[in-house]
Design a protein around this ligand. Structure first.
Ligand code: ZN
Length: 316
């Protein structure tokens, strides 16, 4: 059965890159395998970055190779530039994402590049992808970071986000995503900005968002995004991680709680929630110092849950 909403697990990348402790390759592989077995269809397994700055990501190529062998799994990676994209292509990633910050101050701080330089980078990556046979070309997305505000610049105007979306698509990204990197968004803003970007570039050019729960609005914002037709939601197992380059911005949406909300509403994610919750034990034993978040792992699903889901599945 086709899924209604793709829950894209970003823990192995977003989660691990923001904590100090290194997770060994074999544990990462077990984590990815277990989540895929629970029904997760897309996992961001790592990033191709400067490993001196982010040693947690030094085994991304080996993880891509591992994850590619899992049938039906979209293997996503994050890249900051053409060099990273070339490594991602060589490793065989099926989806490449480049973050481009709507806040130019954040961009300069994060990757030391202006908007114009990032757009050039997107153009260069497109050219590299185009050299591959069509069947081997990875899907190429540009994620607009700080799309709802920035800890350095404060308010980021909607027109900046719209213009950047147009420029990134023109430069060769197949799609843009919107990221609430700093946890500034609220449901009204989510709806307004998604609708505005849809009106600017078309609904099929923005299907995914990356939301944070920094101020407790993560799931509410996810619901608002669904209402505007978004079909891919990023989240992190146990809420691991945040953004190391945006001070004070922590808290990815918890995958377990997101899946609970979606499935409760009768939306099919393809994910078995008990199997998903069980994957936490891998993190519990490997990262004993890290806090693991989430309500569903503690409260469990309510009595009669399958009937609740069936009621809403009919309504959908
Ligand atoms: Zn995040």
């Amino acid at each position: 059965m086709a899924v209604d909403v793709i829950v894209s697990e970003v823990g192995p990348r977003d989660g691990l890159q923001s904590i100090d402790q290194l997770l060994d390759l074999e544990t990462k592989k077990r984590w990815i395998t277990a989540e895929a077995a629970a029904g997760v269809t897309e996992i961001e397994v790592g990033s191709f970055v400067n490993y001196r700055l982010l040693p947690q990501m030094s085994d991304t190529a080996a993880l891509v190779e591992h994850a590619r062998q899992i049938e039906g799994l979209a293997v996503a990676v994050l890249v900051p530039n053409l060099r990273g994209a070339s490594a991602a292509i060589e490793a065989g990633a099926s989806k490449i994402s480049i973050p481009v910050s709507a806040s130019e101050t954040h961009s300069l701080n994060n990757v030391r590049r202006t908007h114009a330089q990032m757009i050039d980078e997107v153009r260069n990556i497109r050219a590299a992808i185009n050299q591959l046979p069509a069947a081997e070309q990875p899907y190429f997305e540009a994620g607009i970071a700080t799309a709802f505000g920035c800890t350095l610049e404060g308010h980021v105007s909607l027109s900046t986000v719209q213009r950047l979306a147009e420029q990134l698509l023109e430069a060769g990204a197949e799609e843009v995503g919107l990221s609430d990197t700093t946890g500034f968004a609220n449901p009204a803003m989510i709806k307004n900005r998604i609708r505005a970007v849809h009106n600017t570039v078309g609904r099929d050019k923005l299907t995914g968002v990356h939301l944070h729960n920094t101020r407790g609005l993560g799931l509410t914002n996810a619901f608002a995004a669904l209402d505007e037709g978004i079909t891919t939601l990023d989240s992190s197992l146990a809420g691991l991680g945040g953004c190391p380059f945006a001070p004070g911005a922590s808290g990815n949406i918890v995958t377990e709680d997101l899946v609970f909300m979606l499935e409760s509403m009768g939306l099919n994610t393809g994910i078995d929630i008990d199997a998903l919750v069980a994957v936490r034990s891998i993190l519990e034993s490997a990262l004993p110092a890290e806090p693991l978040y989430g309500f569903i792992p503690d409260a469990s699903v309510p009595l009669g849950w399958s009937d609740i889901r069936a009621e809403h599945a009919v309504a959908n």
